[in-house]
Design a protein around this ligand. Structure first.
Ligand code: FAD
Length: 465
């Protein structure tokens, strides 16, 4: 019997491991919840809940293919060997899975692969988390791209030459029955992610509807957080409930020729999917990033001020900067934050409060329903000017002008900050001069002064190198 081990590929379509196993013969499947390991990654409770709910839905979807999915409650990765020990008497021939790029996951796989080989069990793995696998294209000198624009150019060239392949859902097998085993059954989550659907057909229609009806205006509307203009598919891409190739292929099918126009909504959305690939390629090429090292080594010398009270004000959305505070409320209450705001609050933490970007990176992971190491680390290092192709350190977002520009009438701010709900439009971006607004916090820093401190911190670090 073949065994498919589901991890970050919780889907039946475009799943190479599932397809390869079922081509070989009768197949069963396994998913193990590992809350201790998830906690080591600071995984948000909401993301943990979404994973559990998605795994339950996957069980039904696999049952329709005749494939039984065992949902096991585990602890951490070290305990996985005992799960496999319980399964081997069923006569497992080969374990199939999709590769994960993070360090602990790689170590887990190496250990299990070796142990399974000793038990006479085969190991089959595919590398399909990206549109094009890390390492499948490199610069002329054989190195990984460090700058997004040439990476994207090469990616698009590859796309024009060969497109992306989306694998079909496998044909059903005669229903396979397995005896009950002495393994702990996966527990339900806390339902904190209930607002996010988990059934595969629903997710596929969300993707289809987005590409048919909304992507056209993406380039015009995507930066305005009060508008529902982005896809909100990130949690599903993070879980592998949808694959990036499914997104690309659907976009290509629905957008047709507009995908070739550089400034069309479709091509700008594709560009975001390419950013996702970029950060994963970067992570594979520089595995030390997983140890939270800055990509630009000289920035390790920056002496962040790391004031705990300022950090807490940021986490709680009480900085006195309305757009920053509203964004943090969106994160804290919904588990998701708009991309423009991720950039604004990250810049504010690092360049206005002078707090180490790693504190923010960790806080994001602990709250985000779409937490993804590569994208999160890439986004934080970009904002902190420590990463590949990062924002230059002297380019510092002004949180008030960002607010005026991207939330002009304050609709987003009013949604998330009840204290400012009645604030007149002329004061919404800086309510401290409005005597009517009493319950809103005073600004914790002066942006113009903070900016000068940031410039000095970066310059000092440069002089030390
Ligand atoms: P859309 O605008 O509809 O984009 C489609 C998809 O493209 C997204 O679902 C996502 O998978 C991918 N994508 C879009 N922008 C980026 C980007 N800049 N980098 C990498 N992939 C991107 N994204 C995560 O998925 N997980 C994270 O943990 C994460 N942390 C971030 C932290 C910071 C500081 C910043 C600046 C960005 C972060 N992003 C992260 C990227 C981006 O903000 C989200 O992917 C996006 O907001 C998700 O919303 P959406 O699905 O509506 O995106």
């Amino acid at each position: 019997m073949q065994l498919v081990w589901f991890r970050s590929d919780l889907r039946t379509y475009d799943n190479a491991a599932l397809l390869a196993a079922m081509e070989q013969g009768p197949t069963m499947a396994l998913f193990v919840a590992c809350p201790k390991s998830w906690q080591q990654h600071d995984m948000a409770p909401m993301k943990q809940d979404l994973i559990r709910r998605r795994a339950e839905a996957l069980k039904l979807e696999l049952a329709a293919l005749g494939v039984p999915l065992l949902l096991v409650e585990g602890t951490d990765y070290r305990a996985l060997q005992s799960v496999f020990t319980a399964l081997l008497p069923l006569g497992i021939d080969t374990v199939y899975s999709e590769q994960e790029y993070e360090l602990r996951e790689q170590q887990r796989d190496q250990m299990l692969q070796q142990w399974l080989a000793e038990q006479g069990v085969g190991w089959w793995q595919c590398d399909r988390q990206c549109g094009f696998a890390p390492g499948s294209f490199v610069t002329g000198s054989g190195a990984m791209y460090q700058v997004f624009t040439p990476f994207k150019k090469r990616w698009l060239q590859r796309f024009a030459e060969q497109g992306v392949t989306v694998l079909p859902r496998p044909k059903a097998q005669p229903t396979l029955r397995i005896p009950s085993l002495a393994l702990a059954v996966m527990q339900p989550g806390d339902h904190s992610s209930a607002a996010w659907p988990v059934v595969q057909d629903t997710l596929l229609s969300q993707l289809r509807n987005y590409c048919q009806q909304r992507v056209q205006d993406y380039q015009k509307r995507r930066d305005f957080p009060a508008l529902d203009a982005t896809s909100r598919l990130s949690p599903y891409l993070a879980l592998g409930a949808l694959s990036v190739r499914q997104c690309i292929a659907r976009l290509q099918f629905e957008a047709g020729d507009s995908l070739q126009q550089a400034d069309s909504g479709a091509s700008v959305w594709l560009s975001e999917l390419i950013w996702r690939d970029f950060y994963k390629h970067v992570l594979v090429a520089w595995p030390d990033l997983i140890k939270h090292q800055p990509f630009q080594a000289d920035t390790a010398a920056i002496r962040w001020r790391n004031d705990p009270a300022l950090f807490q004000a940021w986490c709680d959305g009480k900085t006195g900067y309305p757009l920053v505070d509203a964004a943090m409320q969106q994160l804290n209450q919904s588990g998701w934050m708009h991309n423009r705001l991720r950039m604004v609050v990250a810049s504010f933490l690092v360049k206005d409060l002078h707090i180490d970007w790693r504190w923010g990176e960790r806080y994001f992971m602990s709250k985000l329903i779409d937490g993804d190491f590569a994208a999160n680390n890439g986004g934080w290092q970009w904002a902190a000017s420590t990463g590949t192709d990062a924002a230059p350190y002297f380019r510092i977002f002004n949180p008030v002008s960002q607010s005026e520009r991207f939330d002009p009438d304050g609709a987003f701010i009013r949604t998330w900050l009840p204290a400012l709900a009645a604030c007149p439009a002329k004061h919404i971006h800086w309510p401290h001069s409005d005597t009517m607004v009493k319950s809103y916090p005073k600004p914790v820093v002066d942006h113009a002064q903070a900016r000068q401190v940031t410039l000095a911190l970066f310059q000092q670090a440069r002089q030390q190198n």
